[in-house]
Ligand binder design. Structure first.
Ligand code: HPA
Length: 242
């Protein structure tokens, strides 16, 4: 048992898909997992465990923003010995090289958050995806001809940011999308020597103003979940969980 996850030891799988929205966690469990069992409803942050092609997988909401993500990611790694977390979220497109409905495979996550200041002081730590998971996800997407682009994410503390210049600057340095959670996830995976990857569907575009309809979001989201789950199946095949 941990503070924010009301699960018993062993109820959470070694592999966890994390959408921001807890209802998305329920939808993932009901749509893709066999025999899903709900293990958490503390604060409405639903979590479920089932199996996907014979591999135990959980789907757990993270909530919005790095503080919320950090609470759940730390408890998953520290209290439930989770081996890998794949964030499955949305982001705003920053670069002309991505369009709405594309999926960004977040290789790194720059941030305006001060969350890492107590950890690293003056040093600007570079939160980075797990290379094995990223490689497997890129392979799966390529085989299925899905539009996945690997590149940097910007984990912002502000959804309604008054500052538009910073996103332009970051786009100029090849950052592809803005979201709010990945830097904390990658930092905690590094702290606990575990694996993490963020896959984010571009739901809206800050340069073009384009937005996805809810139907489009749903379809793209389904493709992205399959990439996440198939990557986990391959990870289990090459690096079985302990
Ligand atoms: N900003 C932050 N997070 C987001 C956005 C955005 O524009 N779109 C989807 N998640």
């Amino acid at each position: 048992m941990s503070t924010h996850l009301g699960a018993a030891p062993g109820q959470i799988a070694p592999y966890v898909l994390m959408p921001g929205d807890p209802y998305r966690a329920r939808w993932i469990a009901e749509t893709f997992l066999e025999d899903p069992v709900q293990y958490n409803d503390v604060r409405g942050m639903l979590g479920f465990t089932g199996t996907y092609r014979g591999v135990r997988v959980s789907a757990q909401g993270s909530g919005m923003g790095q503080p919320s993500m950090a609470i759940y990611a730390q408890e998953l790694f520290q209290d439930f010995d989770v081996e890998a977390i794949v964030r499955v979220g949305t982001c705003g497109g920053l670069s002309e090289t991505v369009s709405v409905r594309d999926v960004i495979l977040g290789v790194s996550a720059s941030t305006d958050s001060a969350m890492n200041v107590p950890r690293f002081g003056q040093v600007s730590f570079a939160p980075t995806a797990d290379f094995t998971l990223a490689r497997l996800a890129a392979e799966v997407a390529e085989e299925r001809l899905l539009p996945v682009t690997a590149g940097g994410l910007f984990s912002s503390d502000q959804f309604y940011s008054p500052d538009t210049e910073i996103t332009e600057t970051l786009a100029g340095y090849g950052v592809l999308g803005v979201e709010m959670e990945t830097a904390a996830l990658y930092t905690l995976a590094a702290q606990f020597s575990r694996r993490a990857l963020a896959l984010c569907t571009v739901s809206d575009h800050l340069l073009t103003g384009e937005k996805t309809s809810s139907q489009e979001r749903q379809e793209t989201f389904e493709d992205m979940i399959v990439v996440a789950l198939e990557s986990i199946v391959r990870l289990e095949a090459v690096r079985p969980s302990r």
